[in-house]
Design a protein around this ligand. Structure first.
Ligand code: SF4
Ligand code: SF4
Length: 446
């Protein structure tokens, strides 16, 4: 059914979607967006946009709350696509466009080489697709995933970097050109390797292969799994063998790997092991951050919990996604409204702390980066006692639990370079709260 007809027929204007939305506060935007979408094709002929559609995190909280499975996001996405068709791609959209010179991953690549994966370009049963983010920015995610695969004895190859962008994040921002151009080529490459399983880390890549590509392209002769789904399968098959009690591990080595640097730098002292004695059952209390684009959009929340629950010495404080909140990264909000986005990420720490968590585990490179930044900024602005909890990637945690050494990472460098890349790629980006890190991390000062 036509989108506008769907809302005309089914939306009762009950406002349940607005009640839960972190960005908007009036249900009047529903008829307004419908009018915008169906009005004339050119801006001067059509109805002007009355609401700032850049404020949407694309978190899908509104869709889940809607009794008719509608919400506001569907209208936002259609409005963004229409706006792009009228005005062309915006500077922000160029940030994740692999054909743009303003691509932030290419920009970071000018300062630091992307991860050099060993298994590129070979035939294999399994292909790992880390995506631009885990290849170029939040590299700990890509490195840790292959370490976990190695520990499980998986035969895999890798398709990494901006060259193999999936196009999904760009499409989510309203620019579908990269997805249209690259989708079939990505599929053909996987088929050429004779692979039967594709695993992705990034929820955007997963959405591309799982949902968007089958609607547009042909010959997806392979199964598509998110990392957590594949880990759950390896666990069922007895191939994911945990060798560490993670409560003992964190008690004895918290902070040694630098993973708590974001919080310890601001003097919080809230390293993972610091409050372990308060846990009567002697288990590491994990808050699993549900990525919006995996949990609400694609229904993946049981497998990551199943895997984490199987780790010796660990327990989940949130066994279901009920009450989960957006990290603030998605939908382009991080680039257009950085302060709002980082404040939202700080709220994740507060929520996790309210559940008496020891650490936060993420399952998305964007969530991880934003939540690290939110915890750091909270400590800087509000005092060390308000700094965030340590943040780990799911694959990173699993890799360590399998007996690997911790994956090297530098959270402050990640924060600094990601902000510097945005500053250099966006003319209006004036968010500069990290001057104190420049002496250590600015490549132009070295
Ligand atoms: S919750 Fe659904 S039915 Fe209610 S106003 Fe929002 S979109 Fe319409
Ligand atoms: S997707 Fe999230 S931010 Fe966007 S309209 Fe829905 S609830 Fe609000």
């Amino acid at each position: 059914m036509d989108l506008i007809q769907l809302y005309t027929d089914k939306c009762s204007m009950c406002g349940l979607c607005i009640d839960v939305c972190p960005s908007y506060d009036t249900v009047d935007m529903i008829p307004s967006l419908c009018d915008y979408i169906q009005s004339g094709g050119k801006e001067e002929e059509g109805r002007p946009l009355e609401f700032d559609i850049r404020l949407c995190y694309t978190c899908n909280v509104c869709t889940v709350a809607c009794p008719e499975d509608l919400g506001i996001r569907k209208l936002i996405s259609a409005s963004r696509e229409k706006k792009t068709k009228i005005r062309g791609a915006s500077e922000e959209q160029g940030l994740v466009d692999p054909f743009s010179n303003n691509n932030i991953y290419k920009k970071i690549g000018e300062w630091e080489n992307p991860v050099e994966f060993k298994n590129e370009g070979r035939k294999s049963d399994v292909v790992y697709f880390p995506g631009c983010a885990a290849s170029c920015m939040n590299k700990v995610v890509g490195k840790s995933t292959v370490r976990a695969l190695n520990a499980a004895g998986v035969d895999y190859s890798v398709m990494s970097g901006v060259d193999y962008c999936c196009g999904s994040v760009s499409a989510g921002a309203g620019n579908t050109v990269p997805l249209e151009k690259l989708g079939q080529r990505n599929i053909d490459e996987i088929n050429a390797r004779g692979s039967k399983i594709l695993i992705t880390t990034c929820p955007g890549c997963y959405r591309a292969f799982k949902l968007l590509y089958p609607q547009k392209f042909e010959n997806l002769n392979f199964e598509v799994l998110q990392t957590s789904e594949y880990f759950a399968r390896l666990l069922n098959e007895g191939k994911l063998n945990f060798k560490r009690d993670m409560d003992e591990y964190f008690k004895s080595s918290a902070g040694d790997d630098g993973s708590t640097v974001g919080s310890s730098t601001v003097g919080s002292g809230n390293s993972v092991g610091s409050d372990k004695n308060d846990n009567p059952d002697g288990k590491l209390r994990i808050f699993y951050q549900d990525p919006c684009h995996l949990t609400r959009a694609l229904g993946i929340y049981e497998d990551p919990r199943r895997v984490l629950s199987a780790v010796p010495g660990a327990e989940l404080v949130n066994p279901t996604p009920d009450g989960s909140i957006c990290c603030g990264f998605g939908g382009g909000v991080r680039t257009s409204f950085p302060k709002k986005s980082v404040d939202q990420a700080a709220d994740v720490h507060e929520y996790a702390k309210s559940l008496d968590s020891d650490i936060i585990i993420t399952n998305c490179g964007g969530c991880m980066k934003n939540i690290i930044e939110g915890g750091y900024m909270s400590g800087k602005e509000n005092g060390p006692e308000n700094a965030g909890l340590p943040v780990y990637d799911l694959a990173e945690f699993i890799s360590i639990a399998c007996g690997n050494e911790p994956t090297e990472r530098d959270d402050l460098k990640l924060i600094y370079l990601s902000n510097k890349s945005l500053k250099e790629c966006l003319t209006h980006y004036d968010y500069e709260p990290f001057e104190e890190l420049a002496a250590d991390y600015d490549p132009d000062l070295k």
